[in-house]
Design a protein around this ligand. Structure first.
Ligand code: URA
Length: 211
């Protein structure tokens, strides 16, 4: 099978905001706000081919058939804890979406993903899933999250991150060639501690101000 497709969201607004987020001096407040704004813009890209349905609406002048997204069928799956940063922005533009959570932490020695929480809405076989995590670094958490999600047999899965690197793309796409990746940038490399270079540091710490 071909490797996962990588959709680079290179819109100037996204790239500008990403640059502001990378800066060491960006405050927790502005980092979080920028991530929120980028997530809304990424939501626009990732939902581009979402199925729509016609409903009848009454305008002030007449009745017509008009299109709506079936947001209730969509599940945004947040990989805890940094996924929350993307989830909030996406929910503000797709408020009807359901939300699932996968709790994974990175074992600091092995850099492998360890699951501690998993909660999804019912009827997953009928749902399209968008998995969100700001950093696709080693790819281990993303691979484990999608593996777990596939056990529930959802209709489709897409993966959205803010940043990734060649190593993360390779690991993820070898494990899940059927899952497209949406990202704002593919950075140079992964370092020995599992951080993306040049990157933006620890996304969770920067979102929640925990460093
Ligand atoms: N997770 C982060 O938050 N940052 C990285 O660079 C890699 C993984």
């Amino acid at each position: 099978m071909n490797p996962s497709s990588v959709h680079l969201v290179d819109h100037p607004l996204v790239q500008h905001k990403l640059t502001l987020m990378r800066r060491q001096e960006a405050s927790t407040n502005s980092f979080r706000r920028l991530l929120n704004e980028i997530s809304m813009l990424m939501a626009y890209e990732v939902t581009r081919d979402m199925p729509m349905q016609d409903i009848e609406v009454q305008t002030p002048l007449e009745t017509m058939q008009a299109k709506v997204i079936d947001g209730k069928k969509l599940v945004l799956v947040s990989i805890l804890r940094a996924g929350t940063g993307i989830l909030d922005g996406m929910l503000s533009v797709v408020p009807g979406a359901r939300v699932g959570h996968i709790g994974l932490y990175r074992d600091p020695k092995t850099l492998t993903a360890v699951e501690y929480y998993f909660k999804m809405p019912g009827g997953m076989e009928e749902r399209d899933c968008i998995v969100v995590d700001p950093m696709l670094a080693t790819g281990n958490s993303a691979v484990a999250a999608v593996e777990r999600l596939k056990e529930l047999n959802p209709k489709s899965i897409k993966f959205v991150c803010l940043l990734t690197c060649p190593e993360g793309v390779k690991t993820f796409s070898e494990a899940h060639p059927d899952v497209p990746i949406y990202t704002a940038a593919v950075d140079r490399e992964l370092n020995d501690h599992g951080y993306i270079l040049p990157g933006l540091g620890d996304a969770g710490d920067r979102i929640f101000g925990t460093k």
